[in-house]
Design a protein around this ligand. Structure first.
Ligand SMILES: [Zn+2]
Ligand SMILES: [Zn+2]
Length: 367
């Protein structure tokens, strides 16, 4: 059994000043459900074959969202891309993986630093002491920076406060709710939030052990897996995974199947980075959230970011206020994007378009 680390000792070891961690008042717009949204009662993943020996682990909706994973089998161990929001979720996926192979997990890749893509790392690190955890150089830096955004060690500290607040809010909503089905959903989400807080308190984060500056090709068991930094997009450290022979890309949240979260992103660079991705040969996209998508989804998703930036830029040039933009732009973009961006209970068009407009506005003004 490994030494049992407390969070605080880990943070001190990681060189992050506890005093610099700010309190966090608002719920994460990225990943918190409306409190009565329908969520699965347990950590569930569906393993879908995408190419020979390559699977997408599609995450069921949970109160604390899980990202998808890519599971790549090789003769030399399994490569898993992204590890979800909690060790219990990574454990659940690992059980699924054992139904398709007896090979050990050799490599974990984290596509970016957001909490819902790396917080499960420890589940693999504890089970496989030699596991290699790979991320971009910038993602490793973001995981320990206090001001990086919606993920990393300091963000774990913040969540101890914010999740406790969410639990209070859920209790109050439950006390005030009368509709039986809403009460059932609130009760399920309250249990999930309480379990998550308990998990957070015992958290022993496992950071990347190897980084990619530009490009790295893993040659595991006869398979070539390219890990590529293509530019800033959803974060400033996004890693794209390309399997040239199998014609698959794994994108993290740089391409997803619902409305993007832009707060830690670079919308103008994002379009250029996805242009660069377009230059690679692939047929299937395993996105950070939502279902496996065909190549054509990349163009659709990129055009949403491009159209959003163009619309906000034009509105700024016409001296529109932010409130005016939030009143007019959602309807203007809806015919092209609303239906396709509202397929899941989370991250729907109308729920996020206002904050997307505001983030782009603030970033353009700041620039
Ligand atoms: Zn995500
Ligand atoms: Zn993300």
């Amino acid at each position: 059994m490994k030494e049992s680390w407390t969070r605080r000792r880990f943070i001190l070891r990681a060189g992050v000043a506890v005093a610099s961690v700010q309190t966090f008042q608002n719920l994460d717009p990225c990943c918190v459900y409306a409190a009565d949204a329908q969520t699965a009662p347990e950590e569930l993943f569906e393993l879908k074959p995408v190419a020979d020996g390559v699977y997408a682990a599609i995450a069921a909706a949970r109160y604390k969202v899980n990202c998808n994973a890519a599971v790549i089998l090789t003769d030399d161990g399994v490569v898993v891309v992204d590890s979800h929001s909690k060790p219990s979720a990574a454990h659940a996926l690992y059980k699924h993986i054992q139904t398709i192979t007896r090979q050990p997990i050799r490599t974990i890749v984290n596509t970016h630093f957001h909490w819902d893509h790396w917080q499960g790392n420890q589940a693999y690190a504890e089970r496989f002491p030699d596991v290699e955890i790979i991320a971009s150089q910038r993602t490793l830096e973001n995981l320990t920076r206090p001001d990086a955004g919606n993920g990393g060690i300091p963000h774990v500290e913040k969540q101890l406060t914010t999740v406790a607040q969410e639990i209070e809010q859920l209790r109050a909503e439950l006390a005030a709710a009368h509709d039986p089905s809403r009460r059932a959903r609130l009760r399920s989400n309250l249990t999930q939030a309480e379990d998550y807080l308990e998990e957070l308190r015992g958290f022993r984060p496992a950071l990347p052990t190897r980084t990619v500056a530009d490009k790295l090709t893993l040659q595991h068991g006869g398979r070539n897996i390219d890990l590529m930094v293509l530019g800033r997009a959803h974060t400033d450290g996004d890693l794209f995974i390309h399997l040239p022979k199998e014609k698959v890309v794994v994108t993290g949240d740089a391409v997803i199947d619902w409305m993007p979260y832009l707060n830690d992103g670079y919308p103008e660079d994002w379009v250029r980075t996805l242009d660069a991705l377009e230059g690679f040969d692939f047929a299937h996209i395993i996105p950070g959230h939502g279902e496996v998508a065909p190549r054509g989804h990349l163009g659709f998703f990129r055009s949403y970011i491009a159209d959003l930036v163009a619309a906000v830029r034009l509105a700024i040039a016409e001296a529109a206020s932010l409130d005016e933009m939030k009143n007019t732009l959602p309807d203007r973009l809806a015919s092209k994007y609303e239906a396709a961006m509202s397929k899941y209970p989370l991250g729907q068009y109308r729920e996020r378009i206002g904050s997307n407009i505001e983030v782009v506005y603030r970033k353009l003004i700041a620039a």
